[in-house]
Design a protein around this ligand. Structure first.
Ligand code: SAH
Length: 351
């Protein structure tokens, strides 16, 4: 049976209309699913019994199975969940003083194969559907005790390679009948998929757009991110300028700092030149090194030189604090570890 979270409010209303059910019940159903976190249609106590019956026979409320729940010393909670087809996905809750941020995955695996990222190591399995994206938000909302304030699409996968499901989910998350999280509190992070940036500019959504830049020249960027071969820097920046002009919103550029690769002062100079006059923010992320890689983040001193140079040039730059390091909270690490363990288990079993 189809997951009811696949339907927007309008679609549910249409279904109700066609079945002779009064459409205002759709709003009640949305409140039960997204605000009261009902697990079954039977729990929806203010709906007529006949409607509960109809819903139970025509829809399901899909729930994944949490295979691991890890809580970091810093309060970060990481969930590794198993989907109906056995695929594993990660979602993370990051509490800070003033925010409760949920980090959501949009794909099982990722096809981009960025050299620094654990998600790409296993390749892409498939896109998540809208209900699977929303279910992560439901789970994190429960973890947050109903106080989720921000969402970032920075889990596994490339949001713009699953564009339609992403935008459908964002509109539902944004709506007052559901989580009612303001668009400005929702961040979509892309590796720089140009058609997605252009489409988002026309959605009329006030969401935050983050672009994973990570380098100020094509040679280094292609080495870090193979997607740069398809959408190289000049075209990417042009698309970001158009996006800013059309939406009136600043783009945030994410820039991972990797010692000896892109973190020196000459790299900072190049970056400033490239972003000159753009009206953007830069979020510097010291590399979270994977056990399998030789790359390391630069020292705190080198990071400070880089960020203060940017600031002196008039670019708003922040340095991201690492969260949940003790629970492998970054970028597909847990999923990768799980898959590797499964492989080891299979090998041991077959011997
Ligand atoms: N595919 C999207 C969103 C997922 S990744 C994108 O590329 O933007 C979210 C952010 O985490 C990206 O900026 C990504 O480059 C960064 N990231 C991935 N692996 C990392 C690591 N090992 N250390 C630090 N940041 C990492």
């Amino acid at each position: 049976m189809p997951d009811i979270k696949e339907l927007s409010l309008e679609e549910l209303k249409e279904r109700f209309n066609a079945a002779g059910i009064r459409p205002f019940h759709a709003e009640q159903v949305f409140a039960w699913i997204y605000r009261k976190m009902a697990g079954t249609f039977r729990d929806m106590s203010d709906l007529p019994a006949s409607l509960r019956e109809y819903l139970s026979s025509d829809f399901s409320i899909y729930n994944s199975v949490v295979a691991h729940r890890l809580v970091s010393r810093d309060g970060t909670v990481k969930l590794l969940s198993e989907l109906a087809d056995g695929n594993m996905i990660e979602s993370v809750l990051i509490p800070t003083e003033r925010r409760m941020t949920g980090c959501i995955s949009v794909q099982a695996g990722c096809g981009l194969r960025c050299a620094f990222c654990a998600s790409g190591a296993l390749g892409l399995e498939r896109n998540l559907n809208c209900g699977e994206i929303l279910e992560q938000v439901c789970r994190l909302q429960k973890e947050a005790g109903g106080r989720l304030t921000h969402l970032v699409f920075m889990g596994t996968g490339e949001p713009f390679n699953n564009y339609d499901n992403l935008i459908k989910a964002v509109r539902i998350i944004n709506s007052k009948e559901s989580f009612h999280i303001g668009a400005r509190r929702i961040t979509i992070s892309t590796s720089g998929i140009l058609p997605g940036i252009a489409r988002l500019a026309g959605e009329g959504l006030q969401v935050e757009l983050s672009v994973s830049l990570h380098a100020a020249d094509n040679e280094i960027r292609s080495r870090l991110m193979p997607v740069n071969e398809i959408y190289p820097l000049a075209r990417l920046l042009a698309a970001c300028r158009v996006y800013s002009r059309k939406t009136g919103r600043q783009v945030t550029f994410e820039y991972i700092l990797i010692k000896g690769i892109n973190s020196s002062l000459p790299n900072a100079v190049k970056l400033c030149k490239m972003l000159k006059g753009m009206g953007c923010k830069v979020n510097l992320i010291p590399l979270n090194p994977l056990p399998s890689m030789e790359w390391r983040p630069p020292s705190a001193a080198e990071t400070a030189v880089f960020s203060s140079f940017l600031r002196r040039q008039g670019i708003q730059a922040t340095v991201r604090q690492p969260r949940g390091r003790d629970i492998e909270a970054a970028c597909g690490q847990l999923r990768l570890q799980y898959a590797q363990n499964r492989q080891v288990e299979r090998c041991v079993k077959s011997q």
